[in-house]
Design a protein around this ligand. Structure first.
Ligand SMILES: *Cc1c(COP(=O)(O)O)cnc(C)c1O
Length: 415
């Protein structure tokens, strides 16, 4: 396996470590092959909002597996999960299931291009939408600059179709629309940016995007792969009261199995084959195990209604870490939204990717190593959101804050 891993950030390269090998997870903890436990704030990068191996999810998957692993034919669990998504996510009437967030965003962009007959995509610096060619585009300097590939293998002709602007910057969006407006098929955005740390949308940013897309004849795609069922039951669109044209979902929706989806209005989704001419397919899409895991997890979320409690836990964690850092003279800022949270070792405020890049990554790596030694598993990158699950207790949070304090003493050379 290249770099020893199946996905790059698992290699721990940015924190100067070799990765541990996970052997099992229970509730808020993940255990390595030597049996060491870590309080887990990565949670498989988001899916495990109920923690590891939640009995309700495990039971649903076991029962589904006993009925057969895959059918390649319609199954009733797909219908049930589709109905659940249409009920919970305000702007979604019709959904198509796929197997990863990347597939969902890639397909949503194809649909936007089909429906508008345009070819450009507007995206924001620091936002991650999966690894499809159109999304691997670095920000050009200045406003509405056409991008260049930042991954070899992405043809210039493809990256030239992606325009990038800074997050939270409506003037840059205006400039992009002024320059390319009649060619922009869609604006894609993480309504809360979680792949550059956590960057919340400024008041008026998302509604401003909604207005500009409507005026410019472009579609607005909310990439809710991370925020879906996380910042509120109905995702960021419910929380902020904005209706995107298309929504992508992943992570929580599959309960830890490879499930994702894209959806929107009946009218738009009519484009998708076989209802319409836009082709998109998948041998394992709507897999019965994945559907069962997703349904079980969403049912449990419905029963628990944990969203306020999760945000309180995440906020307590952030406040604790930020206070511990500042008490030691380490600049820090942070925020929690639902069960997503992020801390930056910089004064802040962090409104965009350039602000995020002010963090001291060397200090982060030192601090990270000290945390891992103390049994805390955070994302091994200064530019990723963290998560909490319903399995994390207030004692877990308090223990974490105390351990972070010790780790900071170590990283600052006090201990
Ligand atoms: C994780 C993520 C993706 C990609 O999903 P994969 O399942 O890893 O392909 C896309 N968009 C956002 C916002 C994500 O957080």
């Amino acid at each position: 396996m290249p770099g020893g891993v199946s996905s790059p950030v698992r290699a721990f390269g940015s924190v100067g470590l070799d990765p541990f090998f996970a052997s099992r997870g229970v509730g808020p903890r993940i255990f390595d092959a030597e049996g060491r436990g870590y309080l887990d704030y990565v949670l498989s990068w988001g899916p495990l909002i109920l923690g590891h191996a939640h009995p309700v999810v495990v039971d649903a998957v076991q029962r589904a597996a006993a009925d057969g692993m895959s059918f390649g034919a319609c199954n009733s669990r797909e219908v049930e999960l589709a109905e659940r998504l249409a009920e919970w996510v305000p702007s979604v009437e019709v959904v198509r299931f796929v197997n990863s967030g990347t597939e969902a965003t890639m397909s949503a962009v194809r649909l936007a291009r089909a429906a508008t007959g345009r070819d450009l995509l507007l995206k924001f610096e620091g936002c991650y939408h999966g690894h499809a060619d159109s999304f691997l585009v670095a920000a050009g300097s200045g406003v509405a600059t056409l991008g260049l590939p930042n991954s070899p293998g992405v043809p210039d002709a493809v990256s030239a179709l992606t325009v990038t602007v800074p997050y939270n910057d409506l003037e840059a969006v205006d400039a992009a629309f002024a320059r390319h407006g009649d060619r922009i098929a869609a604006t894609i955005v993480e309504p809360v940016a979680g792949n550059a740390g956590l960057i919340a949308p400024r008041a008026g940013f998302l509604s401003g995007l909604r207005e500009r897309c409507t005026q410019g004849g472009a579609l607005l795609i909310f990439d809710e792969v991370m925020t879906g069922f996380r910042v509120a039951r109905g995702g960021a669109q419910e929380r902020f009261g904005i209706a995107p044209d298309l929504t992508t979902l992943g992570k929580v929706v599959g309960g830890g199995l490879p499930v994702a989806a894209y959806g929107g209005s009946r009218d738009l989704m009519k484009w998708v084959a076989p209802a319409g001419p836009m082709y998109q397919a998948g041998t394992l899409s709507g897999n019965p195990l994945g559907m069962a895991a997703g349904l079980a997890q969403l049912d449990e979320l419905e029963r628990l209604d944990p969203f306020d409690a999760l945000e309180t836990a995440a906020a307590d964690l952030v406040e604790g870490i930020v206070a511990a850092a500042r008490a030691r003279g380490v600049p820090a800022c942070g925020q929690a939204l639902g069960s997503m949270w992020g801390v930056y070792f910089t004064e802040g405020p962090v409104l965009n990717f350039d602000d995020a890049k002010q963090v001291d990554t060397e200090f982060f790596a030192k601090h990270y190593r000290a945390c891992l030694e103390r049994g805390l598993f955070f994302a091994p990158s200064a530019f990723e959101a963290g998560f909490v699950s319903t399995a994390h207790t207030s004692e877990d949070i308090a223990e974490t804050v105390a351990s972070v304090g010790d780790a900071l003493d170590r990283a600052t050379g006090v201990a």
